[in-house]
Write a protein that binds this ligand. Structure first.
Ligand SMILES: [Fe+2]
Length: 214
């Protein structure tokens, strides 16, 4: 006798969420020139990054006037993320905020942002050829066996490529590995990265350990 079986139901567990917000053009037009002005001032003595190189600012940009509007947007979006996650505390702060300028051909290897709860990035200047960020499967054990697949889907991939444009704001768990492909456009790509931590933990644990505090 043949037993008739239906298709199994499935439960997706422990999802990894990346939150994306596209600022309206009017908002990014209001925010971006001030950011670029502030960066130009900071970079005046740094010069242009050479081909294949990145330039990173100090990590306290959130304290500068030119970044005020962006900081407001980050705070408002973080409150929504904490609410989405049903987190009981909304006592958080930005523990580091810095600019990444990718010269032509420059990339950024896979990394995480330890000692924080959330991380994020805001795109100030992106263009075709420099408009993606890669997120990598944090479940390292899944790499042990990766059979060839007939089609890549959300259930079998180990990397998700997110397309971004000017005015895109992303937030994601700070432990989520991510990377940036080489800048294949003809001009710099400028983004602002930041970390978010609960204030009670932030005082000593979370500020970046590298570079100058400005
Ligand atoms: Fe990062």
């Amino acid at each position: 006798m043949t037993i008739r079986l239906g298709s199994p139901d499935f439960l997706r567990m422990f999802p990894t969420v990346v939150w994306t917000l596209q600022l309206e053009e009017e908002a990014s037009r209001a925010i971006n020139p001030a950011i670029l002005r502030g960066l130009a001032e900071i970079r005046a003595s740094a010069g242009e990054p050479s081909a294949g190189e990145n330039w990173q600012s100090g990590h306290a940009l959130h304290r500068r006037d030119e970044f005020h509007a962006l900081v407001e947007a980050i705070h408002a979006t973080t409150r929504k993320v904490l609410s989405f996650l049903e987190i009981a505390s909304d006592d958080f702060e930005i523990t580091g905020c810095w600019a990444n300028v990718n010269g032509i051909g420059a990339s950024h290897g896979v990394h995480t942002h330890p000692n924080n709860f959330l991380s994020g990035v805001y795109y100030v200047q992106t263009q075709a050829g420099a408009d993606t960020i890669n997120f990598h499967d944090p479940r390292v054990q899944t790499a042990i066996l990766r059979p060839p697949v007939k089609a890549l889907t959300a259930d079998n991939t180990d990397q998700v490529v997110v397309r971004v444009r000017e005015g895109t704001l992303l937030l994601f768990p700070a432990w989520l590995p991510h990377s940036v492909d080489p800048n294949r456009s003809a001009r710099e790509r400028v983004s602002i990265s930041f970390n978010i931590m609960f204030s009670a933990c932030a005082a000593t644990l979370s500020p970046p350990l590298w570079g100058a505090n400005n």
